[in-house]
Design a protein around this ligand. Structure first.
Ligand code: NAD
Length: 445
């Protein structure tokens, strides 16, 4: 099939690359010429495992990066819209969605034949049918269900595992305005045999995405609240508590041969320094705002946001146990991105933590295996220095703070073991054995 992807960010680029790998003829469209030039050279503008190989094999073969939306829509059968849907402080910001709907509608006016427009961005329920569809009809002068189709296909990839998640999805949700839209959208995924396909309305597809993200965010805030209580009691460690909870056979089922299945869901039931990223924070807030519009205040989700807003400050509290004043204290921060495997800094807990440390007078140096460059933009104006390795970041510091769960950070122990005095180690992700570190502090410990 000929597919145009509008918006070539984390979702659009991975989707485009993977659909090209599956044999489709794909146009990746973006307004950002710098991104498009990089992709055209086979260079991914983001860090994502496996992406570069796919680009190398498919760019200019069956993957065509372009800034020309009009040509891409005219030459394709289906357009997948993957532009950003940020939270503007009071509700979801649909500016990009509306712009793209208008642009596609203008092209459809001139395009003979049927075309399917699919929203892949995360949008609040009702957006595809009540915002996108009317703009398409008005701009094209054509009729949905007759001249063009409208679908909704939420994306569930996890950054850091995005290529693998896209190529081996756990589900494909196919929302459609009508059966014809659903059937054409299903064809996009014909090469994904054995994957459950859930066919539904556009609004239900939109709600599935929010419900999934809100559930996971709720598990994290729940775990953090429990972790903070454990820590304040002093003699109960949240790590052990959660291990005990994970052993519930409803969470980690026991197979007939006695083996345990340990689902990755248990990783959301661990105390840490808070969730971040481009999805959970904005999506939970957007659905709360949507609930309020519907006359339904979502109190549980409001608490999820509030717990998460406070959680990064737990790191500061742990440091203050050793340094009542942080003025002049030298701190090495390990990890900047909101999770390992990505350079995405959007809403990373590292941002409020480092900003607060600097405000309190600490001297901060930081290291992330892939996100240093991206972090420089997000921490622009904050007095922090970036170093290039694990050993350098912990050299000569009074305290080490772990903020991202990179596996390689486990090696930090060997770099501080022989130091005298030993630096304080604040483990924001509970990846180290607390008994083997002289001055250990951990979330929930
Ligand atoms: P992003 O900001 O990385 O990418 C969006 C891209 O759209 C940018 O490159 C931007 O230049 C481009 N764009 C904006 N207006 C455009 C236009 N008129 N024409 C062409 N391109 C345009 O965003 P993202 O992280 O890829 O997220 C996209 C959507 O997918 C959001 O709704 C997000 O909630 C959702 N989502 C994201 C993830 C994730 O892990 N990042 C996972 C699932 C769903």
């Amino acid at each position: 099939m000929k597919i145009s992807i509008i918006g070539t960010g984390y979702v659009g680029l991975v989707s485009g690359a993977c659909l090209a790998q599956k044999g489709h003829h794909v146009f990746c469209v973006d307004v950002d010429p710098v991104k498009i030039t990089k992709i055209a050279q086979g260079v991914p503008p983001i860090y994502e495992k496996g992406l570069e190989d796919i680009l190398r094999n498919h760019v200019h073969v069956n993957l065509f990066p372009t800034t020309d939306l009009s040509k891409a829509v005219l030459e394709s059968d289906v357009s997948l819209v993957a532009v950003g849907t940020p939270f503007n402080g009071s509700e979801i910001d649909l500016t990009y969605i509306k712009q793209v709907s208008q642009q596609i509608g203008n092209v459809l006016k001139e395009k003979p034949g049927y075309h399917l427009v699919v929203v892949k961005s995360t949008v609040v329920p009702g957006t595809t049918d009540s915002v996108v569809l009317p703009i398409l009809e008005q701009a094209s002068g054509k009729k949905a269900g007759v001249d063009f189709g409208v679908g909704m296909n939420p994306e569930f990839l996890r950054e850091g595992e995005a290529v693998e998640d896209f190529l081996k999805p756990d589900r494909i949700v196919v929302g459609g305005w009508d059966t014809k839209s659903q059937e054409l959208l299903e064809k996009v995924y014909e090469g994904f045999s054995g994957v459950p396909v859930l066919k539904t309305s556009n609004s239900t597809a939109e709600m599935i995405k929010y419900t999934s993200n809100c559930l996971l965010a709720t598990l994290i805030s729940f775990s953090n609240e429990i972790g903070n209580l454990c820590a304040s009691m002093g003699n109960v460690d949240a790590l052990e508590v959660m291990q005990g909870v994970h052993l519930d056979k409803r969470l980690s089922p026991i197979l007939p041969d006695g083996q345990r299945v340990v689902p990755s869901l248990t990783t959301y039931l661990e105390a840490g320094c808070g969730f971040g990223g481009s999805c959970f924070p904005k999506d939970v807030k957007a659905i709360i705002a949507h609930g309020i519009k519907e006359g339904l205040p979502m109190e549980l989700l409001q608490a999820v946001v509030e717990v998460n807003r406070r959680q990064p400050m737990e790191i500061i509290n742990l440091l203050k146990k050793h340094f009542p004043s942080l003025q002049g204290v030298k701190i090495g921060v390990l990890g900047l991105a909101f999770k390992p495997g990505t350079d995405d800094m959007r809403e990373s807990p590292a941002i409020p933590i480092i900003t607060m440390l600097v405000k309190l007078g600490a001297k901060v140096q930081a290291y992330d295996p892939v996100a240093n460059q991206e972090a420089k933009h997000f921490l622009n104006g904050v007095d922090v220095s970036f170093v290039d390795g694990l050993q350098e970041v912990v050299e000569d510091v009074d305290a080490v703070v772990i903020l991202t769960r990179w596996k390689e950070f486990a090696d930090v122990q060997q770099f501080i073991a022989n130091r005298d005095p030993q630096p304080v180690l604040v483990d924001g992700r509970r990846i180290l054995d607390k008994k083997s570190i002289a001055k250990y502090e951990g979330i929930g410990a």
